[in-house]
Design a protein around this ligand. Sequence first.
Ligand code: BGC
Length: 795
Amino acid sequence: MRISPLFCALSLCVCGVPAVFSQAIPPPAQPGNSPGQPGNPPGQPGNPPAQPGTFPAPQPPQAQPVPPPADAPYRNANLPVEQRVADLLSRMTPQEKASMLAGSGWMESTPIPRLGIPAIKMTDGPMGVRSWMGSSAITSAANAPARIEATSFPAGVCMAATWDTPLVQKEGQAIAQEVKALGRDMILGPTVNINRQPLWGRNFEGYGEDPYLSGRMGVAYVQGVQSEGVIPSVKHFDANNEEYERHRINATISDRALHEIYLPAFRAAVEEGNAWNVMSAYNLVNGAHMAENMPLLHNVLQNEFGFQGFVISDWGSTYSTAPTINAGMDLEMPGGQRAQQWMALPQTAQAGNGDLWLTPDKVMAALSAGQIQQTQLDDNVRRILRVIIGSGLFDHPHSGGGEVDTPAQRAVALQGATEGIVLLKNDGNLLPIDTTKVHSIAVIGPDAAVARTGGGGSSLVRPKYAIAPFDGIRDRAGNAVKVSYALGVGMEGEDPAQDSAEARAADLRQAVEAASHADLAVIVVGRDNKIESEGHDVPTMDLPAGQDDLIEAVEKANPHTVVVLNTGDPVTMTGWLDKTPALLDMWYGGQEGGHALAAILFGDADPSGKLPVTLPKRYEDNPAYGHYPGQNLQVDYAEGIYVGYRYYDTKKVEPAFPFGYGLSYTTFQYDNMGATPRLARTGSTSDFGVTVDVSVQNTGTRAGAEVVELYVHENKPKIDRPERELKAFQRVELQPGETKWAHFRLNRSAFSYWDPATRAWTTDAGDYEIQVGASSRDIRQKKVIKIPASFLQPR
Ligand code: BGC
């Protein structure tokens, strides 16, 4: 693991091991603050008009204290971060401290010029830099007052499909460079919420259904961003797995499911990524809004995981003053005039919140009333200052002016889009396209000529250009292959003129005509950023109106048809899947999606993406079916830990395509697996590890990459456990005929489970099967190992 020197300064860590920051444990949440009021989420129409610039900070105290001397210790970049923070804190008035808990603008924290404390200037993400001038409803509109253009990277689910952590780290770094070039300090990403069910409007943003994979991706993104001295925001803590009633929905989740499924990615981002910031979610978990959820924020995130950075609220997700502060939520966003105007709108209140709660007057009142203690306020402010100083922002403000969307940044976007494409079917080796035989291609579909770069809401980046599938295919085909286009069917709800029965019939006829005259048809179906978006869930797993009919009709007209999915969610495919010879999932590929698709279709790149989510056959098959979206504002995560393949594989429900699945144009053979448990004793502690090695050979004739997946299965568990759990993976690039070894080292955590009886992670002695394979249902090598009781005894 690469430890950023900034974090070392931040946490006073020794030799890469983060020291747990010791601080006073705040008193329990105090009752008595008003409960959350209804409000309108950002990203919805009706928000106040955007005005560029930062709104003035809340009024500083009347009698200004003297400015600190130029040689005050906190200004000395050579002193340890904690010493500088303590010095700075000691010079602040209570009012100044209180003012730091609220934003000063839509995307700016409150600066204190007297002390030289800068505002943290944020920008939305995670798939690149989105405008910071207001809610997405305003900034994504064609007539947006401020046009911020940046590289549009592939959606999180596409990046997860690469299983390429070094690439995700590069992506984080590239995004952070753009953040700095645009004069900002912080990017609101990564999103590490688990894709619990197929209809969450933000499934495209997340890294899929598995906590380990999401954790690896989150850590890589955080490390990439922080390596540039930019602050990431790991969001949304915790269990933001549906948009339905996101301010008011209360998720009831067992302790075990929280620890095994919904918390590990945050834990990894904090413990291994040393993340500087976490964003609290809108929703309630087990009865408390996340911004005031003492058990999860204070007890788990801060105490159990040792999080030392600051917690920021999601935009308009605070619902009280003292309970929020006491739970360890440090910075309410947004703030300032624009936030006040937004809160004053009736629709904001209607949606679930209608006030700002950490304004200086409210914080000071809570302090005077004894609802919060001075030590508590100091803790909150200390966490913010620690990041401002520890990230380098205090000493080196980002003044902007660098380049954005450079060739290197575009290259990362293209690599992500290419590696993320998953080849799901390829009967008769229809792909890659053989240009000695294919002289004409009909490119068809509502997602063919429009570049659908990402889902909607706060993550949608406005790129300088974006390559649609049709553009990419035409560019690549050159003069040798004739490429035609037909819409086939309009995207439901996008253009009313295309939504009528007559228009559909005419579009379909044209598509059939085009397909029947071409050697090959490529149909790009899926959704757009209105259907898949933050702010609401997707109404159905089925493709939008007319798309299934389009696929069936085109396949009838031309048996050489490739179907391409351009969505972030699983979709129903039962009507046509059996008859479809070739199928690809390109997710949302960002601005380079069309080039990436063409590279895969023509075989310039070998498909190496693997599914980060199971694609079920029917909506009714998904584990949350019957427990989503909930009733009376209550959603019960009754499936517990059986999320994704943990459910499908254990309960033997056959999916359309399993987790981890993805074909290649070449073939790989796994051999020579070894797995050796070893006890390691260091000083007074002992622990065990298991080394696993397996050889992988490229047995085909093309270069390719294989993602080797390692799962653990316990043979006779004491407690109900899933059939298998992903515990490691490695992406191996291989030339034809080449063999490489994949080496893994599993530690105790790969074998443990959260025991509800003891409320602790537990590992039992016994037999475990180590399974290595190409998907959760394609285990190629396995070996049973024994973990003896003697390995588990403390020394
Ligand atoms: C979203 C966050 C986003 C924030 C700021 C919220 O609506 O949930 O993910 O970062 O807005 O735009």
